[in-house]
Every structure is written in structure tokens, then in C-alpha cells.
Design a protein around this ligand. Structure first.
Ligand SMILES: [Cu+2]
Length: 147
């Protein structure tokens, strides 16, 4: 196969060229995020009340898309504060993204967040004044993806 080395060299040049033009795109999206099938996102509803998260133990699998549905059934503003959990997650483009590691939910409102969690164990709480002391805390457990 006398032509093989030359063919490989051309292929290599093409690959480099494709890479360069790809990364130059201003709207570049990482391949992993672009290929997430959000239709498969598992819906999980968490109720925020005075002063509990229900459930207050959340279990996810890393890499598995989740639709987190936060429903405030309490009598005042509550938030779902989990900075470590959100920092390790990737979010759906154009969807809700937490600011400062938390999502505030007004009374009688529901907020949905589509995300892919990263492995780890994370504390959850509500940062409204005294709510944590009153018991508004929880834990988020994200197990590593099976191999
Ligand atoms: Cu609260």
C-alpha cells in the first residue's frame, strides 16, 4: 500500500483544518452538551414549604439529565441553595441557570431547571433568614456514572 502514508497525511491535515474552524466559531458548544437528549430528563419535584424541602434527600446519577421542578407551597419566598451541586452541573442552553448557586422561588410559583449533575455529595439549604435553623436543609447525592 504505497499510497497509505500520503492518504493519512491528507486526513491529518483535514482533521486539523476542521478543528481550527470549529473552535473559531463564536457560538461554540461543547460536544457533550450539544448531544444531551433533554427529552430523557428525569423529572424530580421538590416542594419548598415552611420550613422543609420535600424530599430533603435527593439522589441522582452523574451524567443523567434531570428536570428539577421546584414548587413553593409555603407562605413566603424560599430558595434552593446548593452552590456545589450547581457548580458541578451543566445546564440546558436557553433554560434556567442558577445565580450565585441558588434558585429563588416565590410563593405559589414553580421553577424548572434542566441540568446534568456531576458526581459528589452536596448540602442543600434555604438562605432566607433563619430558614436553615428552622430545618430547611437537605442533601444531594450524585453517584458516579457506572462504567
Ligand atoms: Cu425558606
Amino acid at each position: 500500500m504505497p499510497h497509505a502514508p500520503r492518504a493519512l497525511a491528507i486526513l491529518a491535515m483535514l482533521a486539523v483544518g476542521a478543528c481550527a474552524s470549529h473552535s473559531a466559531k463564536p457560538d461554540h458548544v461543547p460536544a457533550a452538551a450539544a448531544t444531551i437528549d433533554w427529552a430523557t430528563a428525569k423529572p424530580i419535584t421538590v416542594k419548598l414549604t415552611d420550613f422543609d424541602f420535600t424530599p430533603n434527600q435527593l439522589n441522582f446519577q452523574a451524567g443523567q439529565p434531570v428536570r428539577l421542578i421546584l414548587a413553593n407551597n409555603g407562605s413566603d419566598l424560599h430558595d434552593f441553595s446548593a452552590p456545589g451541586f450547581f457548580a458541578a452541573a451543566s445546564f440546558r442552553q436557553g433554560g434556567t441557570v442558577p445565580a450565585a448557586g441558588k434558585i429563588a422561588v416565590a410563593q405559589d410559583k414553580t421553577v424548572e431547571i434542566d441540568l446534568v449533575p456531576g458526581a459528589g455529595q452536596y448540602p442543600l439549604d434555604c438562605t432566607e433568614f433563619l430558614h436553615t435553623i428552622l430545618g430547611m436543609t437537605g442533601t444531594i447525592d450524585v453517584t458516579a456514572a457506572p462504567h
